[in-house]
Design a protein around this ligand. Structure first.
Ligand code: AHR
Length: 677
C-alpha cells in the first residue's frame, strides 16, 4: 500500500542538494550505482506546466516553416525595388515583362502591386508570373491546394488566367485551374488545385499565365496545401503533429528577439497583425533578417495554442529593442503599457470590451485562457546608464496587476523595485558536459524568491539540429528541472524550428528540422518528448550511492579583449578540472495511477548497472515498461534523410520488484515506468 508523506519533503530535498553538488563527488566509483527511491515521501510537486514550447520567427520558422503558405513574397513587400522570388514566364514565343508598380496600390497596408505586361501572346503562346515558393513548392498526390489572388486588369483584358503548379523543368503541370472575368477593380479570385496522381516532389513553382495581350496587376497571391485540422490560413500538418506528440503545456510567444526587433519600429507590433491577411502590412524581422508578412499574427498564435491544447504565455513588448533603443520609464512608456493592456484584453476580455469585441470580429468570440504574461525579453542587455528595466517593469507590473490582479507576471531579468511572480532564465550551453555539470544547480537554490521559468535553454551540440550528445546534456538538465519543479515551474527549449534548406538556418542548433516536404525531430526532441509524456505529479526523493563520475576539463574562457581588440592583458586561466557524474536521474509518482517514472541518463561510453531499491510501498507490479533511447556514439543524429535513426523504444518489462538491478546502455536516456501496489 502506497502512503505519501508530504511533511518530509523539504528536509529530503535539502539533503539531496548537498549530496549532489558535483564538487562533493568521489573521483571514481566501482560496482553498480545504488538508487534508493523513497516512494512514500514527496520532495516536491511537479508543475503541470513544466514542459512547454517557445517560438519566434527565426530560421524560417513560420514563413517557409510552420505557417503553411507556399507563396514567397506574396505581398511584394520584401524588396522595394524588385519583385524578389517572382519571375516572368514567356512560353513558345510569348513576350512580356513584370515589375513592381507603386502607382497601382492594392490597399493602404500593401501599397504596391506586381504588374504583368503581356506584349505578345496568341495561340499556344503564354506569358505570366511564376513564384518559386520557399525552396520550391511541395507536391503530393491527391492533395487539394487552396489557391487565391487579388487582381485587376487594364481595360479590355478579361483573361482567362491559368493558375498552375508546374515542375521547375517546365515539363509537367501537376494541377491547374482557369480563372476568367477580370475587371478594372481589385477582386479576389480563388481556385482549388488538385494534384491527383502527381508524384511527391519539391522542385516546382506556381504560375499564373494568360494567352492574350494586356496588363494585369496582382497582390496577395496565395497557395495553401491541406493544413492541420483544415484551418484556413493554417499550419503545416507534419510539423504540427510533431508538436502535438510532445503534449506541450504552453506556448511562449512571440519571442525572443522577434518580440523586441532591432528597433522600436520593427518590434512585433501585434495590432498590425490583426484583420484579414490582405490588410496586414507585415514587417521586417530585422532581428533575424528577413521579411514577415505576419500571416502568423496574434490570433494565429492563439489558434495554434488552441489546436494543440497549449496555454498561451504572452510576451508583451516592454520598451527595449536590440540595438539599444529604449523608452524611458516615464510618460513616454505609457502608450506601450496601454498596448500591453489592450493585448491582454484582446486575449481575455469579454465580447463587450473594446478588444474582446475586436477578437470577436476577427472570428474568435470566446476568450483565451491566460495565466502568465512576460514583460519583455532578455532585458539584462539593457545595461546603458544602469539600465531601465527596473523602472519599465514597475510601470507594466503596476498597470497590469491593477487591472488583472490574478495574472502572474514574468520578469526577464532581476528587478528590485517590484517582486515578479516568476523570473525567466535562459541557458544555452555549448557542450553536453557543460549542460550536465549544471544539472544540479537548482537543488541548492533558496526557495524564497520568485518561481523560475527556464524560457530558453539548449545544449548546442550538432547542427542544424542537436545530436545525441546534446540530447544527453538536455536530459541530464531536465532531471534537474523536474526534480526542482516546485521552483522551476515552466521550461521551453529554444529555438524550436529550423528550415534545413540552404541559407535558411540562422541559429545553429534547433529542435525540429524540416525542408519543403518533410520534417523530423532531433534526438533532443525525443528526449523532451520522453520527459513531457512520462512524469507524475510528485517528485520522489532518491538517496544515491556510488554514482560514477568522470574528470571533465571545462574550456578556457576567451577573456576580455582590450579597447582596440588587442588580446587580453592577462591570458585567461584554464578552470580547474572537475569530477562530473555520468549518471543523472529523477523519479516522479503519478498520485492518481500510482505509476512511478524513474528517469536515468547514462552519458558514459560504458553500460552502467544500477541497483534500484523502491521503499515506502507494499510492492511493485512485476510488469512495467522501459522507454529508452540510445545511440552507438554521441555524434549520432537524425536528419531529413534519416529522420528516425535515434528514437525512443518502448519495451514491456517483467520481474520488477522493490529491489532489482538493471543495466543501462552507453549514451542512453531511459524512463522506467513501474506501478506501485
Ligand atoms: O533563441 C534564439 C535567441 O536567443 C532568442 O531570440 C533570444 O531571446 C536569445 O538570445
Amino acid at each position: 500500500m502506497l502512503r505519501i508523506n508530504l511533511a518530509k519533503s523539504l528536509s529530503v530535498l535539502a539533503w539531496i542538494a548537498v549530496a549532489w553538488m558535483p564538487a562533493n563527488l568521489p573521483a571514481q566509483s566501482a560496482g553498480p550505482a545504488v538508487l534508493q527511491i523513497k516512494a512514500g515521501q514527496v520532495a516536491a510537486h511537479v508543475s503541470p506546466r513544466l514542459y512547454g514550447l517557445m517560438t519566434e520567427e527565426i530560421n524560417f520558422s513560420y514563413e517557409g516553416g510552420l505557417y503553411a503558405e507556399l507563396v514567397r513574397n506574396r505581398t511584394l513587400m520584401e524588396d522595394s525595388k524588385e519583385p524578389v522570388h517572382w519571375t516572368l514566364v514567356q512560353e513558345r514565343g510569348g513576350v512580356g515583362s513584370i515589375a513592381l508598380d507603386p502607382s497601382q496600390k492594392f490597399n493602404d497596408a500593401l501599397p504596391i502591386s506586381l504588374k504583368l505586361t503581356i506584349a505578345q501572346a496568341s495561340g499556344n503562346q503564354r506569358v505570366g508570373i511564376a513564384n518559386e515558393g520557399f525552396w520550391g513548392i511541395p507536391v503530393r498526390p491527391n492533395a487539394r491546394y487552396r489557391a487565391s489572388f487579388y487582381a485587376k486588369a487594364a481595360p479590355g483584358f478579361k483573361g482567362p488566367l491559368s493558375i498552375a503548379i508546374v515542375s521547375d523543368d517546365g515539363a509537367t503541370t501537376y494541377a491547374t485551374a482557369q480563372i476568367g472575368g477580370l475587371t478594372e477593380t481589385w477582386r479576389k479570385y480563388q481556385a482549388v488545385l488538385n494534384t491527383r496522381s502527381a508524384p511527391v516532389s519539391a522542385t516546382n513553382h506556381l504560375t499564373i499565365t494568360a494567352a492574350n495581350p494586356g496588363d494585369v496587376w496582382f497582390n496577395m497571391v496565395s497557395l495553401f496545401p491541406p493544413t492541420f485540422d483544415n484551418r484556413p490560413n493554417g499550419n503545416r500538418k507534419d510539423i504540427m503533429q510533431l508538436l502535438a506528440d510532445m503534449k506541450p503545456a504552453f506556448l511562449r510567444f512571440p519571442g525572443g528577439n522577434y518580440l523586441e526587433g532591432n528597433t522600436i519600429a520593427t518590434r512585433f507590433d501585434w495590432k498590425k497583425t490583426l484583420d484579414g491577411v490582405p490588410q496586414r502590412p507585415g514587417h521586417m524581422d530585422d532581428a533575424w533578417r528577413y521579411w514577415s508578412t505576419d500571416g502568423m499574427g496574434l490570433l494565429e498564435f492563439l489558434e495554434w495554442c488552441e489546436d494543440l491544447h497549449m496555454e498561451p504565455v504572452l510576451a508583451v513588448y516592454a520598451g527595449y529593442s536590440l540595438r539599444g533603443q529604449r523608452v524611458a520609464p516615464g510618460p513616454d512608456l505609457a502608450p506601450y503599457v496601454q498596448d500591453a493592456l489592450d493585448e491582454i484584453e484582446y486575449l481575455t476580455g469579454p465580447a463587450a470590451s473594446t478588444w474582446g469585441a475586436r477578437r470577436t470580429k476577427d472570428g474568435h468570440p470566446a476568450p483565451f485562457p491566460l495565466t502568465y504574461v512576460e514583460i519583455g525579453n532578455e532585458d539584462q542587455f539593457d545595461r546603458a546608464g544602469g539600465g531601465t528595466y527596473d523602472g519599465r517593469f514597475t510601470r507594466f507590473y503596476d498597470a497590469i496587476k491593477a487591472k488583472y490582479p490574478k495574472l502572474q507576471l514574468i520578469a526577464t531579468t532581476r528587478v528590485t523595485a517590484r517582486t515578479p511572480d516568476v523570473i525567466d532564465e535562459h541557458y544555452y550551453r555549448n557542450s553536453e558536459d557543460l549542460m550536465a555539470s549544471t544539472a544540479h544547480m537548482y537543488d541548492s537554490r533558496p526557495r524564497t524568491g520568485p518561481k523560475v521559468f527556464v524560457g530558453e535553454w539548449a545544449t548546442r551540440v550538432g547542427s542544424p539540429t542537436p545530436n545525441m550528445s546534446a540530447a544527453l546534456g538536455d536530459a541530464a538538465w531536465m532531471t534537474g528541472m523536474e526534480r526542482n519543479s516546485d521552483l522551476v515551474i515552466m521550461s521551453s527549449y529554444a529555438p524550436l524550428f529550423v528550415n534545413v534548406n540552404k541559407d535558411a538556418m540562422q541559429w545553429r542548433t534547433d529542435l525540429i528540422g524540416y525542408d519543403t516536404l518533410t520534417s523530423y525531430g532531433s534526438p533532443a526532441y525525443y528526449a523532451q518528448k520522453m520527459f513531457s509524456l512520462y512524469h507524475g505529479d510528485l517528485v520522489l526523493p532518491i538517496v544515491a550511492q556510488d554514482v560514477p563520475t568522470r574528470l571533465w576539463q571545462p574550456s578556457t574562457p576567451a577573456g576580455r579583449k582590450g579597447p582596440n581588440g588587442e588580446p587580453p592583458a592577462t591570458p585567461p586561466q584554464a578552470p580547474p578540472p572537475q569530477q562530473v557524474p555520468t549518471l543523472f536521474f529523477n523519479a516522479t509518482l503519478d498520485s492518481g495511477t500510482h505509476n512511478i517514472f524513474l528517469k536515468i541518463v547514462n552519458r558514459a561510453a560504458m553500460p552502467q548497472a544500477v541497483r534500484i531499491e523502491v521503499g515506502g510501498l507494499g510492492s511493485l507490479d512485476p510488469k512495467g515498461q522501459s522507454i529508452a533511447m540510445s545511440a552507438p556514439s554521441p555524434d549520432g543524429t537524425n536528419s531529413i534523410a534519416e529522420p528516425l535513426k535515434i528514437v525512443p523504444v518502448a519495451t514491456p518489462i517483467d520481474g520488477l520488484s522493490t529491489r532489482f538491478t538493471r543495466t543501462f546502455p552507453p549514451y542512453s536516456i531511459t524512463v522506467l515506468q513501474m506501478k506501485a501496489r
